[in-house]
Design a protein around this ligand. Structure first.
Ligand code: BTN
Length: 286
């Protein structure tokens, strides 16, 4: 296991925080000063026999990646960049629901860090982007993303790697991202400072995400979305909104919820219902 970066006292406490919370995910916790991509570290770990629940976290990534082949950039030491190895011997069809509940776990952790008055403003944009509604009624800004990668063994899933990037302490965003991205620190500032909220602590946010994931993941992998479906609906950023597919595919219509297989439902203008299994949707201006 690599050492903890000096100068990151919040993360030095991470293993102790996880143990105190009785979290079974996060053991072992491997913390690197710099890596290529924590998803690659987790996949390498999976191939070398690392156990269910192992987590790789880095203060910076040289080739961090997001969904749809995008890069994931994050200044060193400011945010949370980590990947969780889940050894779920489930059917491949259960990977999309697992990916959705990973987004929910991140949403809940971000909402907790922003405090109760912001709870309704923290939403999940299908499949698992975590977004925040501006406190002054502004548009949605992305605060966290989830990249799920899995490997099969025969007809079963051998492992799932859940890679998570959360903008925590960053206050300066590149010009091209400033209008569409945000961080927990920026949102706290915009909502009138930290007030009575505890100081931001990345170890606590990591523990919140892992506890949320632990609560849902086995059940969803083996029994389906079930009770998590109502929570997905409650925090669905797209529900009732005009949407269109990005890139390939030409789905346009009104987002009408998520089905039990984790597909986005889109009602076309002609009344037909499309079940979108993959890809990305954007909000369409009326
Ligand atoms: C997205 O929104 O497109 C997904 C972003 C996922 C980024 C995280 S950071 C930790 C892990 N390692 C990676 O290379 N990507 C994920």
């Amino acid at each position: 296991m690599s050492g903890v970066r000096r100068g990151s006292p919040d993360l030095e406490r991470a293993s102790a925080v996880l143990a105190a919370r009785g979290c079974s995910l996060g053991a072992p916790l491997v913390i690197a000063e710099e890596t290529g991509s924590t998803n690659d570290d987790a996949k390498q770990g999976a191939r070398s026999g690392a156990p269910h629940g192992a987590v790789w976290l880095a203060e910076s990534q040289t080739v961090g990646r997001g969904r749809q082949g995008r890069a994931w950039l994050s200044p060193r030491g400011e945010n949370l960049l980590f990947s969780v190895l889940l050894r779920l011997r489930c059917a491949p069809a259960r990977v999309p629901p697992v990916s959705l509940v990973a987004g929910l776990a991140v949403r809940d952790a971000v909402a907790r860090a922003l405090g109760p008055s912001a709870d309704a403003d923290v939403v999940v944009k299908w499949p698992n982007d975590v977004m925040v509604r501006g406190s002054q009624g502004g548009g949605l800004r992305k605060i966290a993303g989830v990249l799920v990668e899995s490997a099969l063994s025969g007809s079963k899933v051998e492992y799932v790697v859940v890679g998570i990037g959360i903008n925590v302490l960053t206050r300066t965003l590149p010009e091209d991202l400033a209008a569409i991205a945000t961080s927990i620190a920026l949102e706290r500032d915009a909502r009138g400072g930290e007030g009575s909220l505890p100081e931001l602590d990345r170890a606590e946010i990591l523990a919140d995400v892992l506890a949320g994931l632990e609560r849902d993941v086995e059940l969803v992998a083996h029994k389906g979305l079930g009770l998590a479906h109502a929570r997905l609906t409650r925090h669905d950023a797209l529900l009732g909104r005009a949407v269109e597919s990005v890139g390939d595919g030409d789905v346009r219509g009104t987002a009408s919820g998520i089905d039990l297989d984790g597909r986005l439902l889109v009602r076309r203008a002609d009344g037909t219902l499309v079940h979108v299994a993959s890809g990305e949707m954007r909000l369409r201006l009326a």
